[in-house]
Write a protein that binds this ligand. Structure first.
Ligand SMILES: Cc1cc2nc3c(=O)[nH]c(=O)nc-3n(C[C@H](O)[C@H](O)[C@H](O)COP(=O)(O)O)c2cc1C
Length: 187
């Protein structure tokens, strides 16, 4: 029997979404699906007709998706409406908000990053999720680094891991793997 084909198309600025997309792909493959992973900055997707499920992922910056992931949704919105679609974002902000107890903010970003995005493109995703992200002080511009210096003390208590000097990662790999496994179960 032919394997069900899945496309994971993602946009990333600092690399978190790449790692998350690759982990999702690994789990889906273990679950018997055929997965193509595309970094939208490196590859232009021309055709999505062969895929039964399309997963679109984006990193967040200043409340914005990457332009490549937005362009992908825009280009294929007609076709995506007729397919199974799942969305995910990488948010470095969520874990900090949880730590600070900013429940209204979490509610706001969940709506803005995922629900509004889906409805903007007329999509009814089978699943959506907001995963953690990375704050990479080595890759940030000078202004951002200065503005975000005060947050540094919050990362460890908020559950981030310092994976390299100056790189704080809030991704929960179990959460990511569980989501992928659930997804495989519902398509
Ligand atoms: C300048 C800057 C702005 C950011 N703005 C947000 C934001 O508005 N909301 C959020 O959840 N995370 C924000 N983050 C954290 C990112 O979501 C995090 O870096 C994530 O890993 C981005 O995904 P990517 O690594 O795939 O690009 C910001 C990070 C930087 C450096």
């Amino acid at each position: 029997m032919e394997k069900t084909k899945v496309l994971i198309a993602y946009g990333t600025r600092y690399g978190a979404t790449k790692g998350t997309a690759e982990e999702i792909a690994k789990i889906l493959e273990e679950e018997g699906l055929e997965v193509k992973v595309v970094n939208l900055k490196e590859e232009n997707v021309k055709d999505i007709s062969q895929f039964e499920l399309v997963i679109v992922g984006s990193g967040m910056k200043m409340d914005m998706w990457t332009s490549k992931a937005k362009a992908f949704l825009n280009k294929f919105s007609g076709e995506l409406k007729k397919k199974k679609v799942a969305l995910f974002v990488s948010s470095g902000g969520r874990a900090l908000m949880e730590y600070k107890g900013e429940l209204d903010e979490i509610d706001r970003i969940t709506k803005k990053y995922l629900e509004s995005k889906a409805s903007k493109y007329g999509l009814n995703p089978i699943s959506m999720n907001m995963f953690g992200g990375i704050w990479d002080y080595n890759q940030m511009g000078k202004i951002s680094r200065k503005a975000l210096d005060a947050e540094k003390d919050n990362f460890i208590p908020a559950g981030f891991k310092e994976t390299e000097p100056g790189v704080y990662d809030s991704r929960n790999w179990d959460e990511i793997r569980e989501w992928a496994k659930d997804l495989a179960g519902i398509i």
